[in-house]
Design a protein around this ligand. Structure first.
Ligand code: 13P
Ligand code: ZN
Length: 274
């Protein structure tokens, strides 16, 4: 089967294009990775042409030998749907989880996203925490979440509570809350370590003045998570633009009622009195 015809590659392309259409991927902003299932690797094995081993910039022994679809560094999300072979690639990790080789794609040269250390370290943490279910890591430059990182304290408990309050379904979609990474230089191991530490607890990590990382089981759930968080942030930005305080809101008691009826656990650390 041609790589771009495979269902998992189509799903990856559609998600990248959906993100572009949301306005989250100016220029080469954002990146996406998918941990490919063994049976999916089998479907496209005649398309695989292994290249040279190169350093990932980190060490993820828990992901030894795994294959990933990844966006290319400097590549534009708006072009993924037009020319996937130029914009994305499939990579394989070595047995130490320290080196990768491109096995398909990036036909005009290039390398996987500069955020590969963050993607791989998040994959390693989330794969373990989810018993192998999480397969998608997505980084986007979501306008409203970024705007909020200039006005809210950069604290997990503040971002979680404010985003939960903006839409009733938010605590059901991300009941564990969201983590916040202070401003750091992107593209390296240091920000990857900080992000993956938060990913042990959350499915969402906000990068101050930069964007968000989310993790999920499949393309729908992961895109939906990004979309829900960003929409909530948009409502908060609109609300703060109208007046600095809320006339009424969802209370800690309301959240406890919601948790009971929707059978989710909402940590009490986020249900503080203000
Ligand atoms: P890449 O083009 O290397 O993926 O970088 C984009 C980005 O958003 C960096 O944080
Ligand atoms: Zn970025």
């Amino acid at each position: 089967m041609k790589m771009a015809d495979a269902e998992f590659v189509q799903g990856f392309i559609r998600m990248a294009n959906d993100g572009w259409e949301q306005g989250w991927h100016e220029r080469n902003g954002g990146n996406l990775s998918y941990r490919v299932k063994p049976e999916e690797v089998q479907q496209v094995k005649d398309q695989i042409r292994p290249g040279e081993w190169k350093a990932t910039g980190t060490s993820v022994p828990g992901l030894a030998g795994e294959y990933f679809l990844v966006t290319g560094s400097g590549k534009y999300f708006r072009n993924v749907i037009l020319d996937p072979e130029d914009s994305i690639c499939m990579i394989q990790l070595d047995e130490a989880g320290e080196n990768y080789r491109i096995v398909w794609g990036l036909v005009n040269g290039g390398r996987p996203t500069s955020e590969l250390p963050s993607h791989l370290m998040n994959h390693e943490v989330k794969m373990t925490a989810s018993g192998g279910k999480h397969r998608v890591i997505y980084h986007a430059h979501t306008t409203n979440v970024i705007a909020l990182t200039f006005v809210l304290p950069l604290e997990d408990k503040v971002f979680t509570r404010e985003l939960w309050e903006m839409a009733t379904e938010c605590p059901v979609v991300f009941p564990d809350g969201v983590g916040v990474v202070p401003w750091m230089v992107p593209g390296g191991r240091e920000i990857a370590v900080a992000t993956s530490r938060l990913m042990k607890k959350y499915d969402v990590a906000i990068w101050a003045h930069h964007g968000i990382f989310v993790s999920g089981e499949d393309f729908d759930l992961t895109f939906g998570l990004m979309h829900t968080v960003e929409k909530s942030a948009e409502i908060l930005v609109k609300m703060l633009s109208m007046q600095p305080d809320k006339r009424q809101t969802i209370t800690p008691g309301n959240f406890r009622d919601l948790a009971r009826d929707f059978q989710v656990t909402l940590p009490e650390e986020f249900l503080y009195e203000k």
